[in-house]
Design a protein around this ligand. Structure first.
Ligand code: 5GP
Ligand code: ZN
Length: 140
């Protein structure tokens, strides 16, 4: 087994080797409360098998994870009485990923919680926007 798997905190949580506040479990996925939540009910959904992030996760596993994200969303809203729900995946250190085992954040949001969304810019020239859209399309 690769070193990152034996040392991985989320692999250990999925196996029950490290305790967590479990919300859901099936053969392929595991969901538990984030230890440092943005708000109460902040939940992480992971595949039981180790993948570093979304980019190296097989589509069939990723689909299973996302189906659980959707399934948990309404119960989380109901229980926390959230006004909205943010869904997030950080892929890579530059994007804020700290734990290198794919995890999807389900984050209850409240009108008055004071958090902001990510920063945006309007400084990218129109022709650059068009060029990048075309380049991405061609990669598919
Ligand atoms: P990332 O920044 O990698 O997208 O998010 C990692 C998340 O995992 C953080 O929000 C952090 O609070 C959470 N986390 C890190 N270690 C543990 C742990 O041992 N148990 C639980 N429940 N959450 C953890
Ligand atoms: Zn892992």
């Amino acid at each position: 087994m690769a070193k990152e798997e034996t040392d991985c905190v989320f692999c250990k949580i999925a196996k029950g080797e490290i305790p967590s506040d479990k919300v859901y479990e099936d053969n392929d996925t595991f969901a538990f409360l984030d230890i440092n939540p943005i708000n109460p009910g902040h939940t992480l959904v992971i595949p039981k098998k180790h993948f570093n992030n979304m980019l190296d996760t097989p589509p069939e596993i990723f689909s299973k994870v996302m189906l659980i994200v959707q399934r948990l969303s309404k119960p989380i809203i109901k229980v926390t009485k959230a006004d909205g729900l943010g869904i997030g995946i950080n892929n890579g250190e530059a994007a804020g990923q700290v734990v290198n085992h794919l995890h999807v954040h389900i984050m209850p949001r409240f009108k008055d919680d004071g958090y902001k969304s990510w920063e945006r810019t309007d400084s990218i020239p129109k022709q650059d926007m068009k060029a990048i859209a075309e380049k991405i399309s061609k990669e598919l």
